[in-house]
Ligand binder design. Structure first.
Ligand code: SDX
Length: 393
């Protein structure tokens, strides 16, 4: 209670919400989507199955999965005029800047005829976003390397089609390595949804005003870009390259512990997980599998990452602060092995998280008690000041 207003301690921020989509137990390192463990889903499903589960609440049977995949495939092309948006960017523009701009622009192509209060229109918008993200993401990469855009192919599955659009050229047939397609599928699953993280909350807050889903997803992409959030996967690779050799790890761990040094160990820590991030364990396992299957025996960055994890997990500071590797710690090493440039890492996170964002947006819109989000504040500034005219100041 201050002199000027009574702060209602029972007032809940409109940032909190109820949801049936993802459950996290930060102390036990549990992540479940619609009640299924991330371990079971990552081991036994492909990304389209998990996308269906997040959107509809149930795992699909064979017929439902086939129809869903076909529906998504039928939306992978984008309006031809969208090409023009890329030309407005400098070639060295960060791909996340392109994603924010082009995905936001989808509002001008696909939303004017849609009513978000119509369930069928919501489903069409959701499918369009899930389907078109790989195309736009791959084109952001192609634009940065000055190569022609590759169109989606209806005979390729989601992750495979994305890698084809990333690395194929019109000059010759390109066969996607099945090892890479499977790894990409796993990475997409591990990034698909994660309860009310910063970017998901951004999508929900934007959507609570009735903004169209394309604009809401663009807002989520903007938030995800931050290095404290989705931008961490790119920052981890840059950090590992800056460390350079395993024998310099101790020096950087000391920097991370120095309160006067703004340096933080990227890929470590989490707002919720205070034991371990289950996704990090699966990502580490996938990393070793992919490097092994690709015959990459000597990846210096992996040696540095493993040394960093070992030292940090034995260090009293990190133990006391409950800092463990998060989903971003190993993902970049796999993506680098797949030939994906560091600047595209967060784009991949956004590509995967679009399914979670849109499932959460749908859940919010369909909640009859939903009202516009309006977080409040505890005002700590001056009040009732006496005004002094300019000529007397
Ligand atoms: C993601 O919310 C989600 O679910 C996000 C995400 C998702 O799927 O959507 O999981 C994806 O964003 C994962 C996080 C990726 N970010 C990073 O890896 C960047 C590095 N990590 C940090 O910046 C940090 O850990 C955060 C941002 C993740 C969490 O920030 P907090 O809440 O400030 O960290 P904390 O409460 O865990 O901090 C406890 C203490 C603090 O010290 P004190 O203020 O108590 O003295 O540990 C310190 C922090 O300063 N600390 C670190 C650290 N992370 C926290 N010190 C060194 N290195 C770090 N990485």
């Amino acid at each position: 209670d201050t002199d000027h207003f009574t702060y209602d301690p029972g007032f809940t921020s409109t940032g909190s919400c109820e949801s049936k989509i993802s459950f996290i137990d930060g102390d036990k390192g549990i992540l479940q989507h619609r009640g299924y463990s991330i371990e079971d889903l990552a081991e036994n499903c492909d990304f389209m199955e998990v996308a269906y589960l997040l959107l509809k609440g149930e795992l699909p049977n064979m017929e439902e999965k086939s129809k869903f995949e076909n529906d998504i495939t039928m939306h992978t092309m984008v309006h031809e005029q969208l090409h023009k948006f890329f030309d407005g960017f400098r070639r060295d523009a960060h791909p996340m800047a392109i994603m924010v701009g082009v995905v936001g622009a989808l509002s001008a192509f696909y939303h004017d005829s849609l009513d978000i209060n119509d369930p069928h229109h919501r489903m069409v918008s959701s499918y369009r976003l899930i389907a078109k993200m790989p195309t736009i993401a791959a084109w952001a990469y192609k634009y940065s390397v000055g190569q022609p855009f590759m169109y989606p192919r209806n005979d390729l599955r989601y992750a495979e089609d994305f890698l084809h659009m990333m690395f194929a050229t019109p000059c010759e047939e390109y066969k996607v390595n099945p090892v890479l397609a499977k790894a990409m599928d796993r990475i997409l699953i591990l990034h698909a949804d994660h309860e009310q993280n910063a970017s998901t909350s951004t999508v929900r807050l934007a959507g609570s005003s009735g903004a169209n889903p394309f604009a809401c997803i663009a807002a989520g992409i903007a938030c995800l870009w931050g290095p404290a959030h989705g931008g961490a996967n790119e920052a981890v690779l840059n950090m590992l390259q800056e460390i350079g050799t395993a024998d310099r790890v101790g020096e950087f761990v000391a920097k991370a512990k120095d309160k006067n040094d703004p340096f933080r160990l990227m890929g470590f820590g989490h707002r919720v997980y205070k034991n371990f991030d289950p996704r990090a364990k699966i990502m580490a396992k996938t990393c070793h599998e992919v490097l092994g299957e690709l015959g990459i025996k000597d990846e210096p960055l992996l040696d540095i990452a493993m040394q960093l994890e070992k030292i940090a997990l034995e260090d009293d500071y990190f133990i006391e602060k409950k800092l463990y590797p998060n989903v971003d710690f190993y993902s970049g090493i796999i993506l680098k092995a797949m030939g994906i440039p560091t600047s595209m890492f967060t784009v991949l996170f956004a590509l995967a998280r679009t399914t979670g964002w849109i499932a959460q947006w749908q859940e919010m819109i369909e909640d009859p008690s939903q009202r516009i989000g309006r977080p409040r504040q505890l005002y700590t500034g001056d009040v009732d000041r006496k005004f002094v005219p300019l000529h007397q100041r």
